[in-house]
Design a protein around this ligand. Structure first.
Ligand SMILES: [Zn+2]
Length: 385
């Protein structure tokens, strides 16, 4: 008989979390609902996806300021600290703070430090504790820029974590499947070959932040180390998966990173209120299965997702896939009872996600096809593929 404590000690996969995440709020009318994190761990728990009830996750700790300085400017960090009171400090707007997207709320600096600390703990688990996979569902705040808040993001936890690994001599591949372009992370590493960034997203002509075009491939020694795959609104599972499989695995194989960092935003799903791609939970899961099959050291981060039940379901499926556990599609009775008011009729783990669209149009297929062709012409030769 296997001792449960020993199993836990040597578990190759860890979740890094802190219930404190949910003591913060962007405000009632803001689309980013922090409660989605609690909903997600509750669903994971209801499915029995934690090794131990005593310590279902590794507790996230707050990040140190010196780590933040790997990416962010001292002036910006000073402003953020002052904004922690919940009142916008002077010049806040010049740093992207106080707009509808990036409200100044009480504890915003504390919240950002804790989210970043969770990502840094994931990295520590991979590096020092010999874990294979670590997951921070609160992380992936990919739009924050070195001296500016942007797109609901104040500190860029993926970039800070990656910068720390680069300083230690590790090669990192950053893969961003959020529906929005991973502009902040790409900007920080645009001129270096120490980090290769890949972002698949809804085309910048149709969605925030309006960047991430095919011709944006990196500069200087970073030329060929930024990969952008813009997709048309309405892109469905079939088109997305074929595009992903043609582009991403060959690049991962060629670059052969020490560590993979993924931003797993779920605002690509068909019913997300902020974007217009048409993925289903099954399509999203297929991408996660593909990433897992590469069998690499993997820091998995959350990201966007503005339909809270989609978030809970998609990241619970992600955690089940990471753990290699098959879970039934019927939602657990205890979860259904607890969250009755949030349930749609007939909701299961995978469905339904009605898209209202038929098969992808020629324009959708053509946009994806052009991206694949162009990337094979421009990026692949630079990477020796
Ligand atoms: Zn997003």
């Amino acid at each position: 008989m296997v001792n449960k404590n020993i199993m836990k000690k040597y578990s190759q996969e860890v979740l890094v979390y802190n219930p404190e995440f949910c003591s913060h709020s962007y405000g009632h009318s803001h689309p980013l609902k922090v409660e989605r994190l609690q909903l997600t761990v509750d669903l994971m728990d209801a499915y029995g996806l934690f090794d131990s009830q005593e310590s279902p996750w590794i507790d996230a700790k707050t990040a140190d300021e010196q780590d933040l300085r790997l990416v962010h400017t001292p002036e910006y960090l000073e402003i953020l600290k002052k904004a922690n009171t919940g009142r916008p400090p002077p010049h806040a707007r010049e740093y992207g703070l106080g707009s509808g997207d990036n409200p100044v709320f009480p504890g915003l600096y504390d919240w950002s430090l804790l989210v970043t600390g969770a990502t840094l703990e994931c990295i520590r688990q991979i590096r020092d504790e010999n874990r294979l996979i670590a997951f921070n569902i609160a992380g992936g705040l990919h739009h924050a820029l070195p001296s500016r808040a942007s797109g609901f993001c104040y500190l860029n936890d993926p970039a800070i974590g990656i910068a720390q690994m680069v300083k230690e001599g590790l090669r990192v591949l950053y893969l961003d499947i959020d529906v929005h372009h991973g502009d902040g992370v790409e900007t920080v590493f645009y001129n270096t070959d120490s980090v290769l960034t890949i972002s698949l997203h809804q085309h910048g002509h149709t969605l925030f932040p309006g960047t991430g075009f095919l011709e944006d491939i990196g500069k200087g020694s970073g030329r060929g180390y930024a990969v952008n795959v813009p997709l048309a609104p309405g892109t469905d599972d079939d088109v997305y998966l074929r595009t992903f499989k043609e582009i991403v695995p060959p690049i991962v194989l060629a670059y052969n990173p020490d560590v993979l960092v993924t931003q797993l935003g779920v605002d690509t799903l068909a019913t997300d209120p902020l974007a217009s791609l048409s993925l289903t939970l099954n399509g999203f899961s297929d991408v996660i299965h593909e990433i897992k099959s590469w069998n690499r050291k993997w820091v998995a981060l959350g990201g966007g997702g503005y339909n809270v039940m989609n978030v809970a379901r998609a990241w619970t499926k992600t955690w089940a896939i990471i753990k290699g556990i098959d879970v039934p599609d019927d939602l657990p009775e205890s979860f259904v009872r607890k969250y009755q008011e949030k349930q749609g009729v007939g909701l299961t783990l995978s469905g339904p996600l009605k898209t209202g669209h038929g098969p992808a149009s020629d324009n959708i297929r053509q946009t994806a096809h052009s991206a694949v062709t162009k990337i094979k012409e421009t990026i692949f030769p630079l990477l020796g593929i």
